[in-house]
Design a protein. Structure first.
Length: 260
């Protein structure tokens, strides 16, 4: 182990020890923000980092060739922020509204040149004129600005020293401000279209830490779209892109830091 890693490990260990001593030593038991959770309503904000990709269900003809998937999603990392409104229901349940703004950029890769074999038409699709896919045709960079409005029911345990664990679950209404759903152009013009209005479900777990002036909550949240985000290409567009997918759904894992 080199000296830099050794020093970093020692420094991290000291910081964790100091934090744990400050938070959990017996003489400080329940001495921080004792009445905070008794409030009927409270407010805060959060920051988060995201890992996003797509769940794709491929069309059995245009999205796969043998055992090979012709459309792939490349994950990406992004960030977001939002506000917190909490309504205390009882000693163990809170209802939370956490509207936020999430920024994302993902990539879809279409290796669908082999769909040329269906150019003469099928029982379900008309004939089309095959084109040679360039790199610009094969890769779609999809930028999204998401207005995320989750409503979460939180179940928490009793305070242990200056901390309290919890789990939460709920539903989200999500608006994609960069969906291009109303655009007349489609993938033939390098415009990828998806739905503007979406619904998802979320599950979360974390630990709330109480300090003298605020409550800090690190948490992990998973958000999974329930509706199909795909918007079909125009009827005259060859089946290299949207037609190759039956279902397209966003899924995200978030690391959240909440301040209340």
């Amino acid at each position: 182990m080199n000296k830099f890693l050794l020093r970093a490990l020692v420094l991290a260990s000291v910081n964790i020890a100091v934090f744990a001593d400050a938070q959990f030593r017996t003489r400080n038991r329940m001495d921080k923000l004792e009445d905070f959770d008794e409030q009927k309503f409270s407010w805060g904000f959060y920051l988060n980092g995201n890992r996003l990709d797509y769940r794709i269900v491929l069309h059995p003809r245009y999205g796969a060739e043998g055992n090979q998937n012709l459309v792939k999603s490349k994950e990406s990392y992004s960030f977001g922020a939002g506000l917190i409104a909490k309504w205390r229901l009882n000693d163990y349940l809170d209802l939370r509204l956490e509207p936020g703004l999430q920024f994302a950029q993902r990539q879809l890769i279409f290796n669908t040149q082999s769909n040329d074999q269906y150019a003469a038409g099928t029982l379900t699709n008309p004939p089309f004129f095959p084109i040679a896919l360039t790199e610009k045709d094969r890769v779609r960079e999809i930028k999204s600005t998401l207005v995320d409005v989750p409503v979460l029911l939180e179940l928490h345990g009793q305070r242990w020293y200056n901390s309290r664990p919890y789990i939460a679950a709920g539903v989200n209404y999500i608006v994609n401000l960069q969906s291009n759903s109303d655009s007349e152009d489609d993938n033939m013009q390098q415009v990828f279209r998806s739905t503007t209005h979406n619904f998802a479900w979320s599950a979360e777990m974390g630990i709330q830490f109480y300090f003298n002036k605020f409550k800090l909550t690190p948490a992990i949240r998973g958000t999974f779209f329930m509706n199909n985000e795909k918007v079909a290409d125009n009827a005259t567009t060859p089946p290299y892109w949207a037609t190759a997918m039956s279902t397209l759904q966003t899924r995200a894992v978030m690391f959240v830091l909440k301040f209340e």
